[in-house]
Design a protein. Sequence first.
Length: 570
Amino acid sequence: MVDRQGRGSSDRMRLARRVREEIRTVECSGGPPRYPRPMTILPTRGGARLYRPYEPDVGGGWDAVVIGSGMGGMCCAAALSRFGRRVLLLEQHYVPGGYTHMFARRGFHWDVGVHALGEMGEGELPRRMLDWLTDGSVRMVPLGDPYDRFLYPDGFEIDFPSTKQAFRAVLAERFPEQAENIAAYFRCVGKGARGAHIYFLLKSLPRWMDVAGSRVASWLGRDWWGTTTEQVLDEVGIEGRLRNVLSAQWGYFGSVPRASSFAMQALVHCHFGNGAYFPQGGSKSLAEGLLAPVLDAGGDVRTKAPVERILIEGGRAVGVRMADGSEVRADWVISAAGARNTVDRLLPAPERDAPWAGRVRSIGDSPSYLCLNLGFEGDIAAAGASPANLWLMSNWDLDQSEWNVEDPASIPHILYVSFPSLKDPDHDPGPTRRHTGECVTFIPWEAVRRWENTDIRTREEGYEAFKRDITERLLACLRERLPGVMDLLVHHELSTPLTAEYFVHASRGAIYGLEATPERFTCRDLRPRTPIPRLLMTGVDSASIGVISAMASGMLTASVLEKRAYTKMV
Ligand SMILES: Cc1cc2nc3c(=O)[nH]c(=O)nc-3n(C[C@H](O)[C@H](O)[C@H](O)COP(=O)(O)OP(=O)(O)OC[C@H]3O[C@@H](n4cnc5c(N)ncnc54)[C@H](O)[C@@H]3O)c2cc1C
C-alpha cells in the first residue's frame, strides 16, 4: 500500500523506526545519555503519555470527534470534557499539540509555535479561561521588560515595555511631535478591540443572528475588520518611522499594514497590553493541561490518526473516515484541522463544491515561513541574549512581507529571534550551559513549491542545496547582528514551509493559517458553525490569529454544543 506521500510500507516502517529512535533519544531512556538529560518534550502525566497511536478499536458513541490537536482542537475538546462530554481527539502527527508541539535534536528542544503569549496576567479573561480548561495546571512566566525589542537599520532601536502606559510613554518620548496623532491612533485601537469581542461572540451564534448582529454593530460604529491598518495610519496622520513602530508587530499575524485588517492590529496591541508570557516547562505544558481533562471525562487522544474524510449522511455530519479506511461515528464532528484543509481535503465531493466552501477557499494563506533552530553552549545571557524577542529589521519598507530568497544578493527584511531556554525557568542548561534559539522569517511558497510532492526523506540534492544556501545566509545575518551570541552556536537546523506542511499539514507551510486581511475577517463562512448540520470548525481560522485566539476559538465552538461554556467567556 502506498500513502499520500507516495511511501511504501517498508519506507513507512523505516520512518516509524526513525521517529521511535528520535523519541528515545529525547527521553534518554536506558543507557548512559549521550547528551544532558533534557526534560521530556512529550505531553505526559505522572510519567505516562496522554495519548496513544490510533487503532481502529476506538469504539463509537462519542459525543464529539475533533480532527486535529492544535490549540483550537485541544481547547474545544477540553471545554466539552469539562462539561462531561466524551470526546475523541484525532491527530495525524505522532505527537499532539499542532503548532504548540515541541521537538528535540541532540539534546536541544524547541517550541515550534509559541514564543510570546499575551493576556496571561492574573485575572485577565484569557488567563481565567486557560485556568478553567487546565485546572490551573499551566503556569505562565512573564518575559519581563521589555518583551519585544525592535532593531532597525541606522542604529534605531525601540523596546516594547510590558504595560500599555509605559508603551505610550515611550512613544511620547520618541515621537513628541506626533503626540496628538498617537492619541488618535490609540482611540481607534480601543474601538477596534472592543468591537472585536462582540464580533467573536456573534460568530458562535446561528448565521442569521451573526448577520443581523453585524448589521446592527456596523450602524453603531465603524467596521474595523474591514478597514486596513494602513488606512487608519493615514487617517490619523501617522508619519515617518512611527508608522513602522506602531505596526511593528505585524509579524505576529503575518500581514503588512497595507493588507492587514486593523482590528487584528488593534487586538495585538491589546493582547500585549500587559506584556508577554511563556508557559513554564515549554509549550507542551499546554497539551499536558488540556489533554488530561479529556481523558478524565472518558475521552481519548489518538495520534498517527490522519482523518481522510468527514462522513455526511442524510445531509448531516455523522463521523469520520480514517486514512486506513476505518470509520468513527460521533454526534458532532469538529474540524480543528484548519479551514482550508476542511474544505479542500476533508469534505466529501458534493459539499466540497458548495458556495460556502468556495468562499473559504478564496481566502489566501498567511505567509510561508522558515525557522532556523539554534543550539548554543555557553552563557548566552552574558553574550547579549535575553527572554525578550528580537525583531531584526534590515530596511524600513513597510510593504515587504516576504524575503525574496531567489535573489542571491537579498537579505531577510525581518528576522524574529527568540531564546526559549531563557524564558523557561524549568530549563536545565546542564554543565555545558546548553541553550536554544529560534529565528523565523517569511518566504514565498514558490521558493519551495518544486519539492512540494516529494518524499520528506529522499528529497533531491537540490532541496538540500537550497537549505544549505538559506542556512548560510541566515547565519551570516545573525553573526553580523548578534556576534557574541552566535560565537556560542554549536547546532543549527532549518525548517522550511515543507516541514510545516508535513508535520502539521499547514497549507503551503503557512505560519498562521489564513491571511489576516479584511477579506478573511469579513468572510461570514469562517465561523464555528458550518452550513452542514453537526459539523463545526475551530482553531485560528474560525476566530483570529495566535495561540490564545485558538483557545478562544475552541471555547466558542464548544459553546455551540454546550451553552454553559459562554459563562467562561465573560
Ligand atoms: C514559528 C511560529 C511561531 C509562532 N509564534 C507564536 C507566538 O509567539 N504567539 C502566538 O500566540 N502564536 C504564535 N504562533 C501561532 C500559533 O502557534 C498558531 O496560530 C496556533 O497554535 C494554531 O492553532 P490551531 O489549533 O488553529 O492550528 P494548528 O496548531 O495548526 O493545529 C491543526 C492540527 O490539525 C492537524 N491535522 C490537520 N489535518 C489533519 C487530519 N486530516 N487528520 C488529523 N489531524 C489533522 C495538524 O496536524 C495539527 O496538529 C506561531 C506559529 C509559528 C508557526
